[in-house]
Design a binder for this molecule. Structure first.
Ligand SMILES: NC(=O)c1ccc[n+]([C@@H]2O[C@H](COP(=O)([O-])OP(=O)(O)OC[C@H]3O[C@@H](n4cnc5c(N)ncnc54)[C@H](OP(=O)(O)O)[C@@H]3O)[C@@H](O)[C@H]2O)c1
Length: 282
């Protein structure tokens, strides 16, 4: 079984490389943006002709939430035209497409976890392009799994955890927002879940295509997340909680974006660690 991974240098791409050794029956083909630019149809077509993948995991994305507000065309190209190209070429090759989306497609007005059936209403360019990417895939190719996740961090690439650790080495005190509630997701857990979907799908050949939520269990604010990051790393720092209004950003973020994971647990038998347990594993 051949699994092609786009965006191999990102957090998810590197996490998939990290767990590759656990799956000797899968031949992974990892392509960074130099080998495979998902916005270039001919490039995608050539790579698919070279490797003929059974599954494609799209780990490529434009993820700079604030920068997207001033670069909407670039965000659209990578988050919408890219998935569109992949869906078209997956359809030609009968390749199952696994795509990753985000909690930022929601406006955060709910106070209970978002299910796959809740109506999206993005508050920024990044969320809108991720939603449009989902819709593009759904329009073109039915053999897809879209996994929505939130607050991804890992030992790889850039993320909130690494920013906190860097800032702690430069400063004595830090202020972090305490009124945005969500769930951190260890990218390695996300990688494992994507491969579980592939192995379950290939074993049972049951077609459970569609949209799924996945994050770690529990919920917290960015302040709680930062506090735990410093705790598990034995770092003493003067940490202050502030409201979002004291930390204005170009992109408006959802105040609440916890995801309900019932569907992925029921369909694929996935067991999910709490965000605290998963953070301690790194
Ligand atoms: N990070 C989060 O907090 C978060 C939260 C919710 C959902 N997600 C979703 O989770 C998925 C994985 O995110 P991540 O955190 O692993 O992202 P990431 O670390 O930012 O990595 C994205 C990768 O995409 C690559 N890329 C950009 N443009 C490309 C193109 N045209 N063709 C091929 N590759 C391209 C980048 O390559 P270069 O390095 O060469 O530019 C980068 O390696 C994404 O779909 C993201 O939207 C992320």
């Amino acid at each position: 079984m051949v699994v092609l991974v786009t965006g191999a240098n990102g957090q998810l791409g590197q996490s998939l490389q990290f767990i590759e050794k656990n799956y000797p029956n899968i031949e992974f083909v990892f392509c960074n943006s130099e080998k495979l630019d998902i916005t270039n149809y001919d490039n995608v077509n050539a790579v698919f002709n070279e490797f003929i993948p059974d599954y494609c995991i799209n780990a490529a994305a434009y993820t700079a939430v604030d920068k997207a507000e001033s670069e909407p065309e670039k965000a659209y190209s990578i988050n919408v035209l890219g998935p569109q190209n992949l869906a078209k070429i997956c359809k030609i090759n009968n390749t199952v497409l696994l795509h990753v989306s985000t909690d930022f497609i929601f406006d955060g007005s709910k106070t209970t976890p978002y299910t796959e059936l809740d109506i999206p209403n993005p508050t920024g360019v990044y969320g809108q392009t991720k939603l449009d990417g989902e819709l593009a895939i759904q329009d073109i190719w039915e053999k897809h799994f879209i996994v929505r996740t939130s607050w991804v961090y890992s030992q790889f690439a850039n993320n909130f955890m690494k920013t906190m650790l860097r800032l702690a080495s430069e400063r004595d005190s830090l202020s972090v927002v305490d009124d945005q509630i969500g769930t951190p997701t260890n990218a390695v857990d996300l990688a494992e879940v994507l491969v579980t979907i592939i192995t379950e799908h290939s074993k049972r050949n049951t077609e459970k295509f569609g949209v799924y939520n996945f994050s770690n269990e529990g919920q917290c604010s960015w302040f709680d997340f930062a506090k735990k990051i410093f705790e598990v790393n034995n770092i003493n720092i003067d940490l202050h909680s502030i409201p979002t209004s004291s930390y204005p950003t170009p992109a408006k973020r959802p105040a609440y974006s916890v995801l309900d994971k019932s569907k992925i647990k029921n369909v694929f038998g996935v067991k999910i660690d709490s965000w605290e347990t998963s953070l301690s594993k790194i």
